[in-house]
Design a protein around this ligand. Structure first.
Ligand code: SF4
Ligand code: SF4
Length: 384
């Protein structure tokens, strides 16, 4: 039986988040279950980009602060870290920590902020699609890792929570190599599961107090969900989180891969919810993107024909020129180099595009939308 703490919360008031984090840890047996005296604990928050907490792109700093206080009280050394989208350097980190409120959270709680931008290559013989990984050095230096994610939609993976959050340990532009080498959703989601099975977070927490729906993970709408969830098993936690958001878990690639690999059964009956009633939290409506092409074509016609039709009707990035400043971030971060900036405007070569949607994820100005043809929307509507 997998234990998942579920707590109904009202907001990010610091006194209340302090109580909620303490209760969450108590629900799972106390902080001593996860942190020993003297442990260096890397808190892998979701710090995708330099956005203020109210935009719901990043893990809320009041929660991270509260967790750091508990780690300090247990005799551990909390370190807040992530490799945001784009280049991984001290200037970027400084800006991201300041804007996301992590600088203040660290100052108040006595936590360290990671500024080490080195990486190490590690071996993961049990990995299914990757046997070697390049990860941030601060992870290798830590005694324990806690995944502290934000509940959001995701253009390629549909949902980002405990497991997808850990992709951030792949430093800076090396992430693009992983996208380029694994453009297929199955391979990419297996790689995400590999990263998670390598890191073995001792605890995973999801900030779903204000979640993000729609065009996530950076350009969607904040939505009040009012829940804080945690578990020692990141796969069971993601399963619970998507269920609470009203998403069919079988549509989420990382959840499916975890089930196939026996990391979680995929049955709600195998989860012991501790705390609030999940039924009272469940959202009636949570807008998600459709991430696949047209699944019912598969197996009903020769594969090359299905592939040809799907390649013509699958989702693609669409640039909103009215919002675009021509900064070129999308071109610099496009894994196959499919974007060129001409006359200050991005142009995409759709033959080269692998539909990873990094351009949409990393555009600071929300100038990239994912265009889904009407047939995709109809299929999606039919299924939801
Ligand atoms: S689409 Fe976004 S990232 Fe790309 S050039 Fe325009 S503003 Fe920059
Ligand atoms: S254009 Fe956008 S979606 Fe296509 S490969 Fe580049 S970053 Fe990925």
């Amino acid at each position: 039986m997998e234990r998942v703490s579920v707590l109904k919360c009202n907001g990010y008031d610091r006194a209340e988040t302090g109580r909620n984090i303490r209760q969450t840890l108590e629900n799972l047996g106390g902080i001593e279950n996860f942190v020993k005296k003297g442990d260096r604990v890397l808190i892998k928050a979701n710090l995708l980009m330099a956005k203020e907490p109210e935009e719901a792109v990043t893990t809320h700093p009041s929660l991270v602060e509260a967790l750091c206080r508990e780690i300090v009280a247990a005799g551990g050394v909390p370190v807040i870290g992530d490799s945001p989208g784009g280049p991984f350097n001290k200037t970027v980190l400084k800006r991201v920590y300041r804007m996301t409120g992590m600088e203040e959270a660290a100052r108040r709680s006595g936590a360290e902020l990671n500024f080490d931008t080195d990486f190490v290559e590690v071996s993961h013989p049990e990995g299914k699609v990757i046997k070697r990984l390049k990860i941030m050095k601060c992870i290798a230096d830590a005694d324990a890792v806690i995944s502290f994610s934000k509940l959001k939609t995701h253009g390629m993976m549909l949902f980002t929570g405990a497991v997808k959050n850990l992709f951030g340990v792949i430093p800076g532009l090396i992430k693009a190599e992983y996208h380029f080498n694994m453009p297929d959703i199955e391979d990419f989601s297996n790689m995400l599961v590999d990263v998670c099975t390598y890191l073995k977070p001792c605890l995973s927490i999801i900030d779903g107090i204000v979640a993000m729906e729609g065009n996530g993970p950076s350009a969607g709408r904040p939505v009040n969900m009012g829940v804080l969830m945690a578990s020692p098993n990141p796969f069971a936690l993601d399963y619970t989180a998507v269920t609470a958001a009203g998403i069919n878990p079988q549509e989420v690639p990382t959840v499916c891969r975890a089930q196939e690999r026996g990391l979680f059964s995929g049955r709600m009956e195998d989860i012991s919810i501790i705390g609030s009633d999940l039924g009272k939290i469940k959202l009636k409506r949570f807008e998600t993107p459709s991430i696949r092409a047209v699944p019912f074509l598969e197996g009903r016609m020769p594969e090359p024909v299905a592939r040809f039709i799907n390649s013509r009707i699958k989702a693609k990035p669409l640039f909103k020129l009215s919002a675009c400043t021509g900064c070129g971030d999308c071109a610099r971060n496009c894994p196959p180099g499919a974007i060129t900036i001409m006359d200050g405007r991005p142009r995409v070569d759709l033959e080269k595009c692998i539909r990873c949607f990094c351009c949409q994820e990393l555009c600071y100005n929300k100038a990239v939308e994912i265009y889904r043809p009407w047939i995709m929307k109809m299929v999606h509507r039919r299924k939801s």
